[in-house]
Design a protein around this ligand. Structure first.
Ligand code: 13P
Length: 259
């Protein structure tokens, strides 16, 4: 592994149902994470719970991430954009990381161009982007590799070179998301990790490329986390459903922390 930093990121998606449940889940994760030494834990709740987590978050090493941001008016961070949330507003809620380009948002119409705009906004606001990429399906001809390449090249094309090392890339093949124990195998993960690295080298050179952390997402469980982290050549995980159970999530964090 090239990187010194390890990450376990919980993407709560549109869960849990209430603010009371969100606070309880966060506090339970916080309580169980006191012995974690070498791993950054990031929790990304629905935006409506950011304020609740901000209150529960004080004095803690867990970071808060957002699941989305709006890209217009990045400098003022305000304006007539009904339903949207600016980077400034996220910062005001103690957010440090922002997920961008998640496949579930791409499925709602978010294009590579929009992802690039958002990524630019996040970087300009000095937040850390978690850029999600990943193919919908695997084809025998290897078309999925060009798909991934285009996602990376478009998203990163306008990012200043000195900001690239702050980006986390989350490789999440759509076919592996939400499948229980059916995650990708470590050998395939290793191959994709090398491929992502190769794309970054061709865009930015070896030195910058080696500073970018790649994490894996898609059915990460406490039962498969160990083999993935040991064999996958990755810096950690982006965890969906297992992040909604504090003990499952913390078991995954411990596996990464001890790897
Ligand atoms: P699951 O862990 O539920 O497969 O979700 C992965 C994901 O989409 C995280 O962003």
């Amino acid at each position: 592994m090239n990187s010194k930093t390890k990450y376990v990121i919980g993407n709560w998606k549109m869960e849990p149902r209430t603010a009371v449940e969100a606070r309880a889940l966060f506090l339970s994760i916080k309580k169980q994470s006191s012995r974690i030494k070498n791993t950054s834990i990031i929790i990304c709740p629905p935006a409506i719970f950011l304020g609740d987590l901000q209150m529960a978050h004080s004095g803690n090493k867990i970071s808060i991430g957002a699941q989305n941001v709006f890209w217009e008016n990045p400098s003022s961070g305000r304006g007539a954009f009904t339903g949207e949330i600016s980077a400034n507003q996220l910062i005001d809620s103690s957010v440090e990381y922002v997920i961008v380009g998640h496949s579930e948002r791409r499925a709602l119409g978010e294009t590579n161009e929009i992802v690039a705009e958002k990524l630019h906004t996040i970087v300009e606001a000095k937040l850390t982007p978690i850029l999600c990429i990943g193919e919908r399906l695997r084809d025998e001809e290897g078309e999925y590799l060009s798909f991934i390449k285009e996602q990376i090249e478009t998203a990163l094309r306008d990012v200043p070179h000195n900001k690239i090392k702050n980006i986390i890339i989350a490789y999440e093949p759509v076919w592996a998301i939400g499948r229980g124990d059916d995650a990708m195998g470590p050998k395939d993960m290793h191959e994709v990790s090398l491929y992502i690295h190769k794309i970054l080298v061709s865009m930015f050179g070896k030195k910058i490329a080696s500073g970018v952390d790649v994490v894996y997402g898609g059915s990460v469980e406490r039962s498969n986390a160990e083999e993935l982290i040991k064999g996958g050549e990755i810096s950690g995980f982006l965890v969906g459903h297992a992040s909604l159970y504090a003990d499952h999530f913390i078991d995954i964090v411990k596996i990464v922390d001890n790897s």
